[in-house]
Design a protein around this ligand. Structure first.
Ligand code: IMP
Length: 198
């Protein structure tokens, strides 16, 4: 079974390849297939963006195409930054800029009103079939940065049942509970089922 990942991010490709180690699937990145085009994320939701990326690639290639998109959804901000998580503080915003903006918007907001979740969506597009798989991680937004690990919003995202921010977890610890891991487990189940059907 051939799976192609609609991303130019080598870390994502590596993560998925590792996840499927030992399974009878061949996994390719766009680069490995010589596809260099950038796919514009023009959707209004992370679901739309994941589908846009997967459909774009499916037009060019045979096999199962997958694409993911992730966002942080803060309840008090009506779900912002959501689909705009990467560019919350502007088109070329750094992780630091985005965190600063988020903390500023939540200044003075009490802990119980700082609920948030990460959501990862994986779009799986095959011939005549589209499926959306979803992973989630719930927590609260802190009022200051905590921890040095991870990336993005990790230093401001508090995981209540662990009593730590995501940036205080090792990569191994994060990979057990993260939104992305949750979505990848669902992808694994999907692929296993497809292999059984063969
Ligand atoms: P992407 O769809 O995986 O590129 O994620 C979009 C944006 O969401 C990233 O630029 C980060 O700002 C944020 N993000 C995604 N996953 C994580 C995570 O695991 N921790 C913190 N921030 C994340």
């Amino acid at each position: 079974m051939k799976i192609i990942i609609a991303t130019h991010n080598p870390h994502k490709t590596e993560e998925i390849k590792n996840f499927f180690k030992g399974y009878p699937v061949e996994i390719y990145s766009m680069a490995e297939l010589g596809i260099k085009e950038d796919i514009e994320e023009t959707g209004n939701t992370i679901e739309e963006n994941a589908l846009i990326k997967a459909r774009f690639l499916k037009e060019k290639i045979d096999g199962i195409v997958i694409a993911d998109d992730t966002g942080l959804f803060v309840e008090h901000l009506n779900g912002q930054p959501g689909v705009y998580s990467a560019r919350f503080a502007g088109e070329n915003a750094t992780y630091e800029d985005n965190n600063k903006k988020l903390l500023k918007l939540l200044e003075g907001v009490p802990y119980e009103k700082r609920k948030a979740y990460f959501k990862t969506v994986i779009a799986v597009v095959e011939r005549g079939k589209e499926t959306l798989l979803e992973g989630k991680l719930e927590g609260h937004i802190l009022d200051h940065l905590r921890g040095k690990n991870g990336f993005g919003y990790d230093p401001v995202f508090y995981v209540d049942n662990l009593g730590k921010s995501l940036a205080e977890l090792t990569m191994e610890e994060k990979n057990k509970i993260s939104h992305r891991a949750d979505a990848l487990m669902k992808l694994k189940n999907y692929i296993l089922q497809r292999l059984e059907e063969k």
